[in-house]
Design a binder for this molecule. Structure first.
Ligand SMILES: [Zn+2]
Length: 580
């Protein structure tokens, strides 16, 4: 298992003068079992309350579980696993090997902590602990296993038991945040409680137990009556909607690839949040806060500065909306303490934003750079130039277009031109498509690409003809694959990593949409051809209707590209396929 966390990292990318902290603790392999039983109100889960004297998750209600130990991967226990071998278990857990030990650990820990043993008797039925004699004998086994006087394999041998690994379904994978001292790499499993066995907490690690429906547990947690940790809450949410234990097991078994959940800590609007892979801002949180410190901020709140790196600060303009996401990102580039500064995309001419940028940049502002001249990116240039005398760089808007005609660059840059801002170098990357005069800006020292509206986070780029051009857009995306990019700072939304992967995804998305356009042209083919309105309803059936007026523009761009490629033809505003 590899974790995405760097081994040694500064407290934040902004740099720190205090001594460097040691790298994050290496997560220890662990397994957890969500035990379910049916009730009239739906499935209930078993939660154990951890002792308040423990140094990890003290007082919290958790599922039974704990660290994988050496005995969990011993050959004598593997031989007792029913319906599962290490190859199959490892494949399920996306591991090269050792997967079976997690299943065994889940069973062993549940036996130690809750007294429930998922085992088969020689006759083939689940272990029956109802006869009091059995119960007493297994209570002794349980203590012996807990005290490491006996292994689970030895208990199985003495009692002629097999482990019911075939009754366990793999649910999820959680890794403790990098900022925590004790870290676990935990596989969560689900199983039904064995009939004829009663759970009993051990009174050592856990001080009480609770059978409760997931929704009741979540309600108690929100009222402050039950302490639940983040992965427990997320797990309860995952299983809250199943009507029966059988449904839950079936649903969990049907899950596809299970992605590791490594929550990342970040401060936002003065609250400490844990965000998960795939949630907005996860990449940025990892980028600005490699050590997972609770004091590092990442904001797209207008007026709040986010320090993205030693050289880059972001201030979001107060123009949120359907097309602008949280607002336009203005970036200040250059040493935060001294020397020249450059400003990328001053944004709309909103007084509060202009004042905030001037307060931040002061008289050190030497360059104003624009990615393009749509009205949410460049109109604040004039006021900032007037206040600072900074030199304006970019490409002028197409004449007679409805773009910001007040934008008159002092220096017209072409692809590959550079500007030096103190020790920082910004290079123009011409990326026509969203706009013909679109420039991305490449910060060479950090391999960070300011993408403007060429690539945005959280919203789809609109290609609006005639200035927007789908063929050019796709070519500009492909061109980024030859650039070594560590991260992308978009014109709207959070910073993104895995740039080439994101670019490939965007190209695939556009070509997928193009295929839908071709299919719709064929399906709606009449001698007169299809109208844009008929096509948009069909091609963008997966998009909310309120976005269709905007989607119509991108559709038009797709059709113009198809016409250019000789695959479609337009006649009096109606479109028909052109078969090869
Ligand atoms: Zn734009």
């Amino acid at each position: 298992m590899t974790t995405p966390a760097p081994v040694t990292a500064p407290a934040s990318r902004a740099g720190s003068t205090s001594p460097q902290p040691a790298g994050p603790a290496v997560p220890r392999p662990a397994a957890t079992l969500v035990v379910l039983r049916d009730s009239v109100r739906g499935p209930e889960v078993l939660l154990l309350q951890r002792s308040p004297h423990l140094d990890f998750m003290a007082g919290a209600f958790v599922f039974p579980g704990g660290g994988v130990d050496a005995t969990d991967s011993a050959p004598d226990i593997a031989a007792r696993c029913v319906g599962l071998d290490d190859a199959a278990a490892s494949a399920r857990l996306s591991l090269a090997s050792g997967g079976l030990s997690y299943y065994v650990a889940a069973i062993r820990e549940t036996f130690e902590e809750a007294g429930l043993l998922l085992g088969y008797e020689p006759a083939g039925h689940l272990l029956d602990l109802q006869p009091s004699l059995e119960e007493t004998r297994f209570a002794e086994h349980r203590h012996a296993v807990h005290d490491r006087r006996r292994t689970l394999a030895e208990v199985c041998a003495a009692e002629s038991l097999q482990l019911a690994t075939d009754r366990i379904a793999y649910l999820s994978h959680w890794i403790t945040p990098v900022s925590e001292k004790k870290r676990y790499d935990t596989r969560f499993f689900v199983a039904a409680v064995p009939e004829n066995q009663a759970s009993l907490h051990d009174d050592i690690e856990s001080v009480s137990q609770l059978w409760i429906t997931p929704s009741d547990a979540l309600a108690m947690q929100s009222r402050g009556e039950l302490m639940l940790r983040f992965p427990t809450i997320k797990t309860l949410e995952m299983i809250a909607d199943y009507a029966t234990t059988e449904d839950a097991l079936e649903g969990v078994r049907a899950r596809g690839d299970i992605r590791a959940q490594l929550p990342w800590v970040i401060r936002r609007r003065d609250k400490v949040l844990r965000i998960l892979p795939g949630e907005p801002g996860y990449d940025e949180a990892q980028w600005v806060n490699p050590s997972g410190s609770e004091s590092v901020c990442s904001e797209t709140t207008p007026g709040v500065v986010t320090v993205l790196s030693r050289r880059v600060r972001r201030l979001v303009a107060p123009n949120p909306g359907m097309m602008t996401g949280p607002g336009t990102n203005s970036y200040l580039v250059g040493d935060a303490e001294s020397g020249d500064l450059a400003l990328i995309d001053p944004g709309p001419a909103i007084d509060a934003h202009v004042e905030a940028l001037l307060a931040l940049a002061g008289q050190r502002l030497r360059w104003i750079l624009c990615t393009h001249t749509h009205h949410d990116h460049s109109p604040a240039v004039a006021a900032i130039k007037a206040a600072t005398g900074a030199t304006v760089i970019g490409m002028p808007p197409p004449p007679h277009s409805n773009q910001d005609q007040t934008f008159v660059p002092d220096c017209v840059f072409a692809h590959g031109d550079r500007v030096q801002v103190g020790g920082t170098t910004l290079r123009a990357v011409h990326t026509p498509g969203h706009a013909s005069n679109h420039l991305c800006w490449y910060l060479e020292e950090e391999r960070l690409l300011f993408t403007g509206d060429h690539i945005m986070q959280g919203s789809t780029v609109v290609i609006s003809p005639p200035d927007g051009d789908m063929s050019a857009y796709l070519a500009s995306l492909e061109a980024l694959l030859s650039l070594d990019i560590e991260a992308m700072a978009p014109g709207h939304g959070y910073l993104m990593v895995d740039a080439h992967e994101a670019v490939r995804r965007l190209v695939k998305h556009r070509l997928g949409r193009e295929a839908k356009v071709v299919a719709a042209l064929t399906a709606l083919s009449t001698p007169a051809g299809a109208t844009l309105d008929a096509l948009v309803a069909r091609v963008y059936a997966d998009t909310p209707e309120k976005l269709h007026p905007v989607a119509r523009r991108s559709l038009h761009a797709h059709l113009l590209k198809l016409a250019h490629d000789r695959r479609a033809v337009e006649h009096e505003g109606r479109w028909s396929p052109l078969n090869p």
